[in-house]
Design a protein around this ligand. Structure first.
Ligand SMILES: Cc1cc2nc3c(=O)[nH]c(=O)nc-3n(C[C@H](O)[C@H](O)[C@H](O)COP(=O)(O)OP(=O)(O)OC[C@H]3O[C@@H](n4cnc5c(N)ncnc54)[C@H](O)[C@@H]3O)c2cc1C
Length: 399
């Protein structure tokens, strides 16, 4: 194989699969390495923002994803204690996006959609049960040691993309530090088929709910509602996951005569961290390997997709047209800067907003949002920032 036309990708999550498809559709040979035995049925991300749908559309993915999810053209900030709410309509963004809505769709549906498309290109070698274990940078290529079903082996490629998630081996191999902090509490996600829409009037598919006792988000995916709760620092995982404690939480949220049918529960550590570098020589990192944020606003996976829609066209330009490798430093400047200035700052602010405990603060927040909604220009500006258009616009301005 011609090493110069070969990119190795560690991790077949949403970010690695998308990177592989962008490159393979352009004629670059890719080897996609995944340590798990198959694509992971990961329930974490459920919100695709409009710009991500626009980008995935260029690959032919969006049309396949849309029927697998729910279109959320409106979303809400609600206060459970008073019942007040503000509802934003993404329709005001129709002039800047082909997809003026969020798609509520589990992230595993993206990777499952992409895999056969990758196979169709004839340019992708997908290897499961194969972990990247070490990486050596050379002046004009990279060497990757893998541990797979046939034992250890070494692969060479022009570049390696580390999209191997929060605990990235590629990032560790490159000694890249993650700067930032971890919240002391865990987040609990509970999925249920309980019909919240029959009990909370005018509920949309995406709802950020403040409260005097316990805030939460209620998000719809096909067949289920997913409720995200904060937890109290120091409580043991066993106690947080105990079925009777989960039942109590759900009953506090909406009283039900019958016990809740709980289909899934998971606890997550929540970080706000960004890698100090996105590039070391011929090794690039993207997605959770490069940045982590709390899930309020749904920006982690979307930000990772935006990384590879920035990085991969630059790689193609270098490989196929001899463009300067300085483009890879530009990737780092563009994506790292907006991750800090937009994604980190917005998600930290989203957490502060939803945590407000006094009724006065909460109502003031919702009142402020309703004033924005009443003015289409202000509403469009708010939605453009919160649905990641501003971050992409800013990235494009960085030279
Ligand atoms: C509760 C919750 C809700 C969320 N909701 C949203 C949302 O609505 N919208 C949003 O945008 N984001 C959301 N996120 C964040 C989102 O889930 C992540 O940002 C996203 O999964 C990152 O994708 P990735 O491909 O970078 O990494 P991952 O999805 O973690 O994939 C990494 C892959 O690499 C593989 N791997 C690991 N090590 C190796 C190795 N050494 N060699 C080979 N393969 C390896 C792993 O097995 C895995 O398949 C949420 C997160 C949480 C916790």
């Amino acid at each position: 194989m011609d090493i110069n036309n070969h990119v190795i990708i560690a991790g077949a999550g949403p970010v690695g699969c998308t990177a592989a498809l962008i490159l393979a559709q352009a004629g670059v040979k890719v080897t996609l390495l995944e340590s798990a035995a198959s694509l992971i049925e990961d329930l974490r991300a459920s919100t695709f923002h409009p710009p991500s749908l626009d980008m995935l559309d260029e690959l032919g993915v969006t049309e396949k994803l849309l029927p697998q999810g729910l279109i959320a053209s409106k979303y809400q900030y609600r206060d459970r204690t008073s019942g007040a709410y503000a509802e934003f309509d993404l329709g005001v963004l129709s002039d800047i996006t082909k997809h003026p809505y969020r798609l509520q769709c589990e992230q595993y549906k993206l990777t499952r959609t992409i895999k056969p498309m990758l196979e169709e290109t004839g340019n992708a070698d997908i290897r499961f049960s194969t972990a990247v274990t070490s990486v050596t940078n050379h002046a004009d290529h990279v060497e990757v040691t893998i541990d797979g079903p046939e034992g250890k082996d070494t692969l060479s490629g022009r570049y390696l993309i580390g999209s191997d998630g929060a605990r990235s081996e590629v990032r560790k191999e490159m000694n890249i530090e993650m700067e930032g902090f971890t919240y002391p509490e865990l987040f609990l996600v509970v999925s249920t088929d309980f019909p919240f829409e029959d009990h909370l009037p005018n509920l949309s598919h995406v709802n950020y709910i403040s409260d005097s006792e316990e805030w939460c988000t209620i998000l719809r995916v096909p067949g289920f509602w997913r409720v995200l709760f904060p937890t109290i620092e120091g409580t043991s995982e066993d106690e947080l996951l105990a079925p009777d404690k989960i039942e109590e939480r759900m009953q506090r949220l909406v009283k039900s005569d019958a016990p809740y049918n709980i289909v899934h529960t998971t606890l997550y550590n929540i970080h706000q961290r960004v890698a100090k570098q996105y590039r070391v020589g011929n090794v690039l990192i993207a997605g959770d390997a490069a940045h982590l944020n709390n899930p309020l606003g749904g920006m982690g996976m979307n930000g990772g997709l935006h990384d590879v829609f920035n990085l991969c066209p630059k790689m193609i330009d270098i490989i196929q047209n001899g463009a300067s490798e300085d483009l890879l430093d530009l990737y780092e400047r563009q994506r790292r800067d907006v991750t800090i200035d937009f994604i980190q700052s917005q998600t930290i602010q989203n957490k502060k907003n939803i945590e407000q405990m006094t009724q006065e603060q909460r109502l003031e927040h919702i009142d402020g949002l309703n004033k924005m909604i009443a003015d289409p220009a202000l509403a469009a500006a708010f939605l453009s920032r919160n649905n990641m258009f501003d971050a992409l616009k800013r990235a494009a301005e960085i030279t």
